[in-house]
Design a protein around this ligand. Sequence first.
Ligand SMILES: Cc1cc2nc3c(=O)[nH]c(=O)nc-3n(C[C@H](O)[C@H](O)[C@H](O)COP(=O)(O)OP(=O)(O)OC[C@H]3O[C@@H](n4cnc5c(N)ncnc54)[C@H](O)[C@@H]3O)c2cc1C
Ligand code: SF4
Length: 342
Amino acid sequence: MRPITYVRATDTATAVTAVSSDPTSDFLAGGTTEVDLLRQNVMNPRRLVDINDLPLTGIVGTPEGGVRIGALARMSDVAAAPVVRERFPLIAQALELGASPQLRNMASMGGNLLQRVRCSYFRDAESPCNKREPGTGCSAVEGFSRGHAVLGTSEHCIATHPSDVAVALVALDARVHTLGPKGERSYAIDDFFLLPGDAPHREHPMEHGELITEIEVPATPIARHSLYLKVRDRASYEFALVSVAAALSVMDGVIADVRMALGGVATKPWRARRAEDFLIGAATQRNDFAMAARVEMADARPTAMNAFKVELAQRAVVRALDMLCDGNETGAAPGSGSGSPT
Ligand SMILES: Cc1cc2nc3c(=O)[nH]c(=O)nc-3n(C[C@H](O)[C@H](O)[C@H](O)COP(=O)(O)OP(=O)(O)OC[C@H]3O[C@@H](n4cnc5c(N)ncnc54)[C@H](O)[C@@H]3O)c2cc1C
Ligand code: SF4
């Protein structure tokens, strides 16, 4: 048995000092990732610094039309917040389609961004895994890889980023604010998630002891017309095989603006910039949607087991855009975002 010390931080500066001064310590928020991995011997902190008393739970609309979300706001509270539902339906839907009600009541937004991959080799604490133990190899490349990534992979890691809400936040150009031993920092969310490259154990640019304090979503008027479509093996309590966060504005039958990001297919929440570029100025036609999806997936590098994701992602993109054009963005509401895109 490994002894673990537990302390409860009462202010942010103390929490940062406590973790940054001790390489064997971790923050503890809702514990839904941290405690699982601790029990499985995947993470081995000797000290847990509980941050649940810190005043980081706010969900506040900005006068400009954005929202500032405290790192300790619970997934369920963020999904239920009127300002989020009204201004950013894709965020509310992404949260409600994740995990289970019990987990959403515990899980924090900061912890959600930092949750670890669901690759079974990472989680069994025994198999070679470059993410868990750098330099040992990647068991998934030649192993079981049905749920793994087809975009942003490297020979060293092909694990999919598991967060749903991160996909919506990437589509919206959110910013992640932190407090670390060197002071406050702010990251564009697309830079916050790192590709595995040859260092898959580095998943974000923060240093040890840096605390996420807030997620800032800028005003994005087209997000009022948005959705999160999640395709998964069963209708609830399951991670995405493919997901699409999308927002659209149409003028005179032509796409004036679009935001899109993909989940379940890449090693980080994947901003679909190629598809966006293709769609701006295009007609709202299925053929154009399908071409945009094809362009986005052109660099996919699937394994034999997950090649189906390339086609599935393209169909999901088309379906998401169809739903937005039909004014059917509530179609991705809880429980209905599953099933096979046609
Ligand atoms: C069965 C199951 C199903 C799930 N399904 C889904 C799903 O469908 N979609 C989805 O998106 N997620 C899913 N999740 C993941 C879940 O959303 C995350 O476990 C949760 O959001 C993590 O938040 P937490 O507050 O519990 O974090 P913790 O477990 O407390 O922490 C997670 C990590 O983040 C660090 N940390 C936490 N807060 C901060 C902070 N403010 N600053 C710096 N570091 C911090 C911790 O040290 C730890 O390393 C599922 C989880 C489980 C167990
Ligand atoms: S895919 Fe990544 S997490 Fe999974 S075994 Fe390979 S290195 Fe580890």
